[in-house]
Design a protein around this ligand. Structure first.
Ligand code: ATP
Ligand code: MG
Length: 576
């Protein structure tokens, strides 16, 4: 690529809406532009990176026995009705009608379409196992598109689906994908970890997410360094501290004027926040439910959804408080709350010496004991683990770390095959539902995650495996005949070897060229400047380390060849 003729519209300023490094740098370096909220254009350099990542994914998927296909983005409503997700998916699915009024969704994921394909075309145990994948656009009308490629509305995903005869086969397919995922993220230059994950709208029982640790990550992961327990906080459990017991003291009502927050009430009563019972009112499928958590914790709504067995719930809003005048906003407590179901966090089982709202304005109750003063209908794990909690497996200390979810794998079991009748015939001719798995990688999110892990304040630092080019040739004072000829000559030599290089053939100052090169982040740089005038030597610079080596042209080419050789990983093997 000649820089003078390549479309690389760099910017001096960061876009106003770019809050994180990957978004800022990818736009400034001319890889990316925004069309509308959460919708992006990939310019030539950005497109190259997407292709590099996709190639690594394809190599590993193919080596793992998956076959590439292409599925439509437009999906008929009828298929989604069969799985029950036409209504369940809600406004996140973009919907449209054709001229005849038939309804379609723009695929946020492809379980329905693939299950339909397989049920119509696979009927015998001999054709299983089967693993099909694609790399294509997904649409999700996210509530809050942000962080550039990390949470977009239209984005590129690799999604794979496995079909097996039985549960054991499904587990094997799952493990094969899990292993391939690890190799993919490593080859893309990321440090990553696999963590236990909740299954959400996709469904199934067993799932892992692949997390790239990064401060800007929207996911929180609970980790134990002692026993390697790792789980998304949406699902991570923790050992509760010993529950405080009551001392048999009589229930007492205390006047607590103007004290509203847990901290204010706790201070006033001389109690630790964990002794205060937070009574959260939820409207669950139209009926009120009280959720009790210790005052120093928040309710975890992902866990709550599992306990309630529905996604249809929300914290009381103003209207809900008005609809339930017997519940006094700000002073609700479990004592005497006979009309509503009460769910409490495990921590409160048998707890005493508690304080809670008295269901009367400006009053709290103290010396409250669970069991004696109020009854809980269900105890459950409804609070999140946090740094310092005890590991559920070994009891050592957990820490919570932020991460970017770049991939997720699911054991779906029979969820879709039973709902959509995706059956095969076994040796005896008996029809059985197929065991399914599904496996996603956010290709464009992964590109941003790579940048989050590889940048400095001057720009991007691409790992060689996904870089838009391996070498950036910079001739300083390009109008100088000698230097220009040397640069053109090196450029040709690289092209003959089939390498991807970018030649900065612009008549810009050295300062501009270096600043742009830092911003673009191509791993190696060959500088043709003073040294060349002196003794014909070039300077090889490493973007990642800023190290510089003076050498002649042949040595430079040999050095690059070595680097490229080490990149040639055999897919599926993970090594030379
Ligand atoms: P999230 O929890 O971040 O919304 P998800 O769990 O809903 O993601 P999956 O259904 O597991 O996403 O999709 C597979 C992969 O697609 C994710 O692991 C992620 O890398 C990517 N992905 C999901 N949503 C987006 C998005 N809005 N923008 C970019 N990539 C996304
Ligand atoms: Mg996910």
């Amino acid at each position: 690529m000649r820089q003078s003729r390549t479309f690389i519209p760099t910017l001096r300023e960061s876009p106003a809406d770019a809050e994180i490094a990957s978004h800022r740098l990818l736009v400034r370096a001319g890889f990316l532009r925004k069309v509308a909220s959460g919708i992006y254009e990939f310019l030539p350099l950005g497109t190259r990176v997407v292709h590099k990542i996709s190639r690594i994914i394809r190599e590993e998927m193919n080596a793992a026995g998956a076959q590439e296909i292409m599925l439509p983005i437009m999906q008929p409503r009828e298929l989604w009705e069969e799985s029950g997700r036409w209504s369940k998916y809600g406004p996140e699915m973009m919907r449209l009608k054709d001229r005849a009024g038939r309804e379609f969704g723009l695929g946020p994921t492809h379980e329905e379409v693939i299950t339909d394909l397989v049920r119509k075309n696979v009927s015998s145990y001999r054709e299983l196992p089967l693993n099909l994948y694609q790399i294509g656009s997904k649409f999700r009308d996210e509530v809050r598109p942000r962080f550039g490629l990390l949470r977009a509305r239209e984005f590129l995903m690799k999604d794979a689906y496995s079909f097996d005869r039985d549960e054991e086969g499904m587990r094997l397919s799952y493990q094969t994908m899990y292993d391939a995922y690890g190799r993919i993220f490593t080859r893309c230059g990321c440090t990553w970890r696999a963590v236990e994950a909740a299954t959400g709208l996709i469904g199934g029982d067993v799932s892992h997410e692949f997390m790239v640790p990064a401060e800007v990550g929207e996911d929180q992961v609970a980790l134990c360094d002692a026993c390697s327990y790792a789980a998304n906080v949406e699902l991570a459990t923790y050992r509760r501290h010993e529950t405080p017991r009551g001392e048999g003291k009589a229930l007492e009502k205390v006047f607590t004027p103007d004290r509203r927050t847990i901290e204010e009430v706790g201070e006033f009563l001389g109690l630790e926040p964990s002794r205060l019972v937070k009574c959260l009112m939820y409207l669950v499928e139209g009926r009120p439910v009280a959720v009790l958590v210790p005052g120093d914790r928040e309710a975890n709504e992902v866990k709550l959804a599992r306990v309630l067995e529905t996604d249809e719930f929300r914290l009381f809003n103003e209207a809900d408080w008005r609809d339930h005048p017997q519940l006094l906003q700000g002073f609700v407590g479990p004592v005497g709350l006979d009309s509503v179901e009460i769910i409490a966090d495990e921590y409160l089982r048998g707890a005493g010496g508690l304080a809670c709202g008295a269901n009367q304005a400006d009053y709290h109750l103290v010396n409250v004991e669970e069991g004696r003063d109020f009854r809980v209908h269900r105890f459950a794990d409804v609070t999140s683990a946090r740094t310092g909690d005890a590991c559920p497996r070994c009891g050592e200390t957990l820490r919570v770390e932020a991460g970017i979810e770049v991939g997720q794998v699911f054991q779906l079991g029979l969820k879709y095959s039973e709902a959509m009748r995706c059956y095969y015939h076994d040796e005896e001719g008996v029809a059985r539902p197929m065991y399914m798995g599904c496996y996603g990688i956010g290709v464009t999110r992964l590109m941003a995650a790579v940048v989050e892990q590889h940048h400095d304040d001057r720009g991007i630092i691409w790992p060689p495996s996904v870089a838009p080019a391996i070498l950036h040739i910079l001739a300083l004072d390009y109008q100088r005949e000698e230097r220009r000829r040397a640069a053109e000559d090196l450029y040709r030599a690289c092209m003959e070897r089939g390498w991807e290089v970018l030649l900065d053939d612009r008549e810009e100052s050295a300062g501009v060229k270096f600043a742009d090169a830092d911003l673009l982040g191509i791993p190696f740089r060959a500088v043709i400047g003073k040294g060349y005038d002196e003794d014909g030597s070039l300077e090889l610079q490493e973007r990642a380390t800023s190290r510089r080596f003076r050498m002649d042209r042949e040595t430079l080419l040999a050095h690059l060849q070595d680097t490229l050789d080490t990149l040639e990983v055999t897919a599926g093997g993970g090594g030379g």
